[in-house]
Design a binder for this molecule. Structure first.
Ligand SMILES: C[S@@+](CC[C@H](N)C(=O)[O-])C[C@H]1O[C@@H](n2cnc3c(N)ncnc32)[C@H](O)[C@@H]1O
Ligand code: SF4
Length: 450
C-alpha cells in the first residue's frame, strides 16, 4: 500500500492524547477542596518541581479558523484588570499552599489567545508580580511564549527576554495572501521574517512556527511554496496542525464557504507535500504534528527517550505538577486533572471571591494511572512494554491491520511504531485507551487523524 493509500485508510477521528483519560472521558470531577488536596500532596513529594501555564484569552481580531479559547476585543483597558486577576489567582493558591513558594519553578508558558495582547508594561507587571513569590529553578528554568507576529513588537520580545524567556512560538498558518485573506489574518512574510530575526538576534534559543493544512482554498501548488518559505526561515520547531473545523464560527463571520475547504484526498495531499518537504529539509518528526531540527532540545529528548507530553504538547521538561492560571486553563498532577471556568466573567467572579475557579476535571483511578503511563510512553517514545500475555494478544487482534501494513511492530512483548507508521501514532495509541474502547463517544468529539 503506498503512502497516499495509507493516509486515506487511517484518516479517522482519534484523540490527540494531550491527556489520558482524554477530556470527553473525564467523569470524576474533583471539588475545589479536593483539587487543593491533590496539589498539596504533589507539592509535598520530595524533589518535585512544577510548571506554570498562563492563559491570556484576548485577540484583537478573529481568525476564522480558530478553535482556541479566545475573547475578541480591541479594548486594551481590559489588560490591567486581567493581569490583576491572574495575580490574585496565584495568591489564592499560595494562601492555601504555602509550599508553592518554596518549590522550584522549572517551566513557564504563556499561551492564548494572544499573550502579546498585553503591553510590555503589563507583561512586566504580570511576570515580576509572579516572580516575587516563586522560586525559579535558575539552572533549569525554561520560559516560552506564543506570539502573533501581527501584534508583537521587538520591545515586548525584549521585555520577556529580560525576564528569562528563551523560546518563542509564532502563529503563521500559511504565507499565501489569498488563504490569509479568507481566514481574516493578513500577515506579510516580511512581518514574520523580521520578528524571527529579531528574536534570534536577541538571544532566543528556540523559535517555533505554527502552520495549518486544510484551510480554505489551500492547494498543493500554494501550500508547497508556503512550506518552502518556512524552511527558508529555518525555525527550530514546526507544528503542522490539521485544520479542525470549528462549528461555532458563524457563517457570516467567515469569508469562505464550506466548499472552499480542501477535503479528503485534497487535504491529505497538503499534509503529504508539507511532510515530505520538512523531512527532506532535515526536520525530525517528533511525534504527532511536531517537527524539529536535530539541534533542538525536542529532537535530543526524542533521541534520549526523555520526551514528555502534556496539555501544552510535546516538551522535553517533565514535572509532575502543571498549574494553569487564567480563564479555561488546565492543570494536572499525577492523580488529578483540573480545568478553570471557561467563561471570563464567571472565572473572574470566582477568583475575586478568593475561590478556586473549578469548572471540571478528573480524578485518576489506579487503572487510569497505569493506562496513562502506557499512553504517555507510547506517544513520547514510540514504543511501550505491554503488561502481560493478555494485552499482547489484545494488541495483536486490535492492531491487526496496522501490523499487516507495517505501521506497528510487536516484538518481545513491546509494541513499537515503525518509521512508516509515525504519522499514525495516535491511531495505534487507541489500543491502549481502555476508556475509548469501552465506550465510544455519542457525538463526534475527536478530529480526524490527519
Ligand atoms: C493561541 S494560537 C497561537 C498564538 C497567536 N494567537 C497566533 O495566532 O499567532 C495557537 C495555535 O493553534 C492553532 N489553531 C487554532 N485553531 C485551530 C484549528 N481550528 N485547527 C488547527 N489548528 C488551530 C494555530 O496554528 C495557532 O497558531
Ligand atoms: S489564531 Fe491566534 S490570533 Fe487568531 S483568533 Fe486564534 S488565538 Fe487569536
Amino acid at each position: 500500500m503506498d503512502h497516499s493509500q495509507l493516509l486515506k485508510k487511517y484518516n479517522v477521528p482519534v484523540p490527540r492524547y494531550t491527556s489520558y483519560p482524554t477530556v470527553p472521558y473525564w467523569s470524576d470531577s474533583p471539588t475545589s477542596a479536593q483539587w487543593l488536596e491533590f496539589l498539596q500532596r504533589a507539592l509535598s513529594q520530595p524533589d518535585s518541581s512544577w510548571s506554570m501555564y498562563l492563559h491570556i484569552p484576548f485577540c484583537e481580531t478573529l481568525c476564522t479558523f480558530c478553535g482556541c479559547n479566545t475573547v475578541i476585543t480591541r479594548g486594551h483597558e481590559r489588560e490591567s484588570p486581567y493581569v490583576k486577576t491572574l495575580l490574585q489567582e496565584f495568591f489564592n493558591y499560595h494562601r492555601h499552599l504555602p509550599l508553592l513558594a518554596d518549590k522550584p519553578l522549572r517551566q513557564l508558558h504563556l499561551g492564548g489567545g494572544t499573550p502579546t495582547f498585553l503591553s510590555s508594561a503589563h507583561l512586566r507587571a504580570l511576570l515580576e508580580g509572579l516572580y516575587r513569590h516563586v522560586v525559579i529553578d535558575k539552572k533549569n528554568f525554561v520560559a516560552s511564549v506564543e506570539v502573533d507576529p501581527r501584534r508583537t513588537s521587538v520591545e515586548q520580545l525584549q521585555v520577556m527576554f529580560e525576564l528569562g524567556f528563551t523560546r518563542v512560538s509564532l502563529g503563521v498558518q500559511d504565507f499565501d495572501p489569498e488563504v490569509q485573506r479568507l481566514v481574516n489574518r493578513i500577515q506579510p512574510l516580511e512581518q514574520t521574517r523580521e520578528l524571527t530575526e529579531a528574536a534570534r538576534a536577541m538571544g532566543y534559543q528556540s523559535v517555533n512556527f505554527d502552520m495549518i493544512y486544510g484551510l480554505p482554498k489551500q492547494t498543493v501548488a500554494s501550500f508547497g511554496p508556503s512550506i518552502d518559505r518556512t524552511i527558508e526561515l529555518r525555525p527550530d520547531r514546526i507544528a503542522l496542525y490539521s485544520f479542525a473545523k470549528v462549528p461555532w464560527i458563524k457563517p457570516q463571520q467567515r469569508l469562505f464557504k464550506d466548499e472552499d475547504l480542501p477535503e479528503g484526498g485534497e487535504k491529505l495531499a497538503l499534509f503529504e507535500v508539507a511532510y515530505n518537504k520538512l523531512l527532506q529539509a532535515g526536520y525530525i518528526e517528533i511525534g504527532m504534528d511536531h517537527f524539529a531540527l536535530a539541534s533542538d532540545k525536542l529532537s535530543l529528548a526524542l533521541k534520549n527517550k526523555s520526551l514528555h507530553r502534556n496539555f501544552m504538547g510535546y516538551t522535553e521538561i517533565r514535572t509532575d505538577i502543571l498549574l494553569g492560571l487564567g480563564v479555561s486553563s488546565i492543570s494536572e498532577t499525577r492523580e488529578c486533572f483540573h480545568q478553570n471556568e471557561k467563561v471570563l466573567p464567571l472565572y473572574e467572579k470566582k477568583v475575586q471571591a478568593q475561590e478556586v475557579a473549578t469548572l471540571r476535571g478528573h480524578i485518576l483511578s489506579a487503572d487510569d494511572q497505569r493506562q496513562r503511563d502506557q499512553v504517555l510512553r507510547f506517544m513520547t517514545q514510540g514504543s511501550v512494554p505491554l503488561r502481560d500475555a493478555g494485552q499482547v494478544s489484545d494488541v495483536r487482534r486490535f492492531l491487526e491491520d496496522m501490523l499487516r501494513d507495517g505501521l506497528v511492530r510487536l516484538e518481545q512483548n513491546t509494541l513499537s511504531i515503525t518509521e512508516l507508521g509515525r504519522p499514525f501514532l495516535r491511531n495505534a495509541c487507541v489500543v491502549l485507551d481502555q476508556r475509548l474502547r469501552e465506550q465510544k463517544p455519542e457525538t463526534r468529539v475527536f478530529s480526524q487523524a490527519l
